[in-house]
Ligand binder design. Sequence first.
Ligand code: ZN
Length: 217
Amino acid sequence: MKKRIVLLGPPASGKGTQADHISSAYAIPHVSTGALLRSESEKGTPLGREADMWTSKGQLVPDDLVVRIVSLWMAEHGQSFIFDGFPRTVRQAVYLDSALKALHSSLDLIVLLELPESEIRRRISDRLSCIKCGATFGATLHDLSAGDACPRCASPLVRRNDDNAEALDKRLEVFRNQTEPVIAYYEENFPKLLCRINAAHGSDEVFASLARNLVDA
Ligand SMILES: [Zn+2]
């Protein structure tokens, strides 16, 4: 059973949903660096305060600091994880490798959810999110419109501001400039760990392929 997993993919490829599925099906903690950063910052820890210094200036938290926060999480929670959208840059990937090496460990699966750009655009423009619980739903698939009640918590559904075309172009550019080199890095350094999954299939089918890859052959 694979327990140290990196899950990468473009916007709308379903990373968060699949990471949640794996997490509850196999009891592997789902770790998002955004949530870790927020938690350190809310607790006012030294690392959280250091991160605040950057975010308060409107700057990205530096790669080495992100990885220090992830390493601290691993030291406290052990080495079973599914990282969703992390590492985001090659520097983070390199730092993560050294952090794991220092713990006499390494990744055991890198999953890339692949989705054509046309499908990314279609999914984003069709997406509604809940203002309260943050769940997202395909409007067409679930027969929902903006203003309808969230199927999970009954709060109103809205189209997210960052789902507009200009914001999406930016996210796709960030993906091409930062994450695609991460994929190339893993392809070169850990070709046997990298597994590509077609995310254009339905969520259940994607999960089934993921599950097959999680179980050791
Ligand atoms: Zn909701």
